[in-house]
Design a protein around this ligand. Structure first.
Ligand code: GRF
Length: 194
């Protein structure tokens, strides 16, 4: 099973997944990291683990379709089975979705369908709800709207600050994403054997 992880920034979820692969908890290889920002910290993380990095930006292309066609070409060339979005800050367009829609998953820091979009943690915190959480879902053409695979709740306590809530959410993400990936891959391998 060959994974491509897409990320744009810090890459703590990428790190959690790469560690789980290295420990043998996920039966797959990370064939490549795709990053749309060559200066992002996630690029350093991948290089230090000797994971191949491919990086270019939509700005280098005339259109989003052409940008995605280049990514698609790479994914097909490397025979990628599953695309794992981990803090990839772009909406996936039809060029990639047409080929990968049932083979592309994302993690979002809220209990979807609540608080989709860029600021899931902050929006939940200022909405004064008593719980939020983490969602892993398939990607469709909406913003954080695809079919849900797994969710885990996180309580917002009276003493929580935005910072402490962010920390709690990220801690859950770093356990949940590797766990669900391992499960998905195991199930798919079971299906291909039967
Ligand atoms: C995570 O909170 C993830 O849920 C969201 O973007 C953030 C990425 O963080 N999609 P990191 O780059 O993995 O540290």
């Amino acid at each position: 099973m060959k994974l491509a992880v897409f990320a744009s920034g810090n890459g703590s979820n990428f790190q959690a997944i790469a560690d789980a692969v290295a420990e043998g908890m996920i039966d797959a290889e990370i064939t490549l990291l795709f990053c749309d920002n060559k200066d992002a910290y996630v690029v350093k993380r991948a290089r230090s683990m000797l994971i191949p990095v491919i990086s270019f930006s939509p700005k280098d292309f005339e259109s989003k379709a052409m940008y995605e066609a280049e990514i698609l070409h790479l994914l097909e060339e490397e025979q990628i089975d599953l695309v794992v979005l981990a803090g990839y800050m772009r909406i996936i367009g039809s060029t990639l979705l047409e080929v990968f829609s049932n083979r592309m998953i994302n993690i979002h820091p809220s209990l979807l369908p609540h608080f989709p979009g860029l600021h899931g943690i902050r929006d939940a915190f200022y909405a004064n709800v008593s719980e939020t959480g983490v969602t892993i879902h398939y990607v469709d053409d909406g913003v954080d709207t695809g079919p849900i695979i797994a969710q885990e709740k996180v309580q917002i306590e009276a003493i929580d600050t935005l910072d402490s809530l962010e920390e709690k959410i990220h801690n859950v993400e770093h356990k949940l994403y590797p766990k669900i990936l391992a499960k998905l891959i195991k199930n798919q391998q079971g299906e291909s054997l039967s």
